[in-house]
Design a binder for this molecule. Sequence first.
Ligand code: FES
Length: 152
Amino acid sequence: MTNTAWNEDQARAIIAAHAADEGAMLPILHALQAIFGCVPEAADALIAEALNVSRAEVHGVVTFYHDVRRTPGGARVLKLCRAEACQAMGGEALAARFLARHGLEWHATSKDGALTVEPVYCLGLCATSPAALIDEVPVGRLTDARLAGIAG
Ligand code: FES
């Protein structure tokens, strides 16, 4: 994934394009992250101004949703499910082994910038748990070997 460097004019255009959307905050955050790889704090004031809300409100939404990053993620993003069905199928232990093997913690990016690991809470893939998304592509029935095959 290649991210565009932060550009205030471009950010303003993205925000304006979504400002009239129903519940515009989330579409704006997703659109900014899709282009810049994250929603830097510099975006908060622009969003607040466009939606006529406080910067604190924007900050609250950004920090509430784990999917929204303040800094760009790695070239690949692995989202491992930590919800109940996946836990019941060994997902937590699988994730713990994967993180330990890579010397990573949740929300961290590998030193080479190749991989970011994020937790998610149910992907609707419970029947194939433990499940994950790798670059937004769903994968299920994960094992150590299968996880190593898709994410290193
Ligand atoms: S609990 Fe993991 S996909 Fe539903």
